[in-house]
Write a protein that binds this ligand. Sequence first.
Ligand SMILES: CC(C)(COP(=O)(O)OP(=O)(O)OC[C@H]1O[C@@H](n2cnc3c(N)ncnc32)[C@H](O)[C@@H]1OP(=O)(O)O)[C@@H](O)C(=O)NCCC(=O)NCCS
Length: 319
Amino acid sequence: MSSIQVRPFRRSDRQQLTDLVNAHAMAVMPGLGASVATVLGQLEREPGEFIVDPWVSERVTLVAEQHDRVAAAAHLLRYGTGERVGALYRGAGEIRWLLFWPEGPALGNPYWSDATDAADALIAACIRQFSDWGVTSQGAGGELPVPGVYGVPEQWPHVAALYERAGFVHDGHTEAVYLVRVADLPRPGEPPVAGLSVRRSVGLNGTRLSALLGEEAIGYIEVEVRGEGERLPRNAGLADVGNLRVAAAYQRRRVATWLLGHAADWLRLAQIDRLLDYAWLEPDEDGTGQGYAGYRAFLDAAGFTVLTRTRRGWTRKQH
Ligand SMILES: CC(C)(COP(=O)(O)OP(=O)(O)OC[C@H]1O[C@@H](n2cnc3c(N)ncnc32)[C@H](O)[C@@H]1OP(=O)(O)O)[C@@H](O)C(=O)NCCC(=O)NCCS
């Protein structure tokens, strides 16, 4: 009899599931993870995804148990078919994430094996679930409830290989996730353009600091403190850049550097010591005409380092 059993998630799996989530998160983001409450919360709802999440009509979490251990787990979404659901999502099925323990001891311990077989059984069950739902498209990713962890990061080759074995292909884009220590960012110094002042306001993705020339905003940065329903202080001290723009006429005059310096001063007051950012790598352009090469050069110049390259947008053609 097979020692692998695929079944719906039960509350008593919550600690093992959280361990699996955090092992994957921490291979990507240093020291970041989620509490049990945050992991369970994501299974029910994702309030941060305020556009797309209300379109979800069903959520299912499956685990593959091997020798009484949660060896693999997956969270599946089914999107509704109604008018208000965005066209690309209508009727779609998505593996929000699928995780498993890739390593077993090298010297065969008969009681402890790697979880590859369990993961294969699990993804087969995910695809059966899609077919029971009659979904119009099948997508996959790795969107964990942890800042900076989404898509299939390069630190998860076992997940990429599993997706490929099951017939998924990566036909989306690749992004880089950047991190800098706030202590390593420079102070703002003198305004790089005479008469420039800074104003703080409520932005779209975090607190906005605008560079004002008279009443004209010639650039702005938004920084958002990331804590997302976290009950443990694990992700304390982390923010990300929500937006950063400088008007074309003022570029390459150190306005963005100066704004980043002001944002860093603000984050120091908030006792935030790390700052995340994101940029597209491949293709360089995100479909809105926004190219990222200049932005990546800016992040390099500002002292950010690349933590991961992550592939978003995996799909499986149905036969
Ligand atoms: C990217 C952007 C914010 C940079 O603003 P900026 O005020 O021109 O940047 P700075 O003058 O402070 O640049 C500091 C350093 O970063 C690097 N850098 C900035 N822009 C660069 C570019 N387009 N190409 C190459 N290097 C660049 C350079 O090393 C530069 O120093 P240097 O001019 O002495 O060589 C600005 O070009 C912009 O708003 N672009 C469009 C929007 C965008 O890409 N937003 C990011 C995604 S949300």
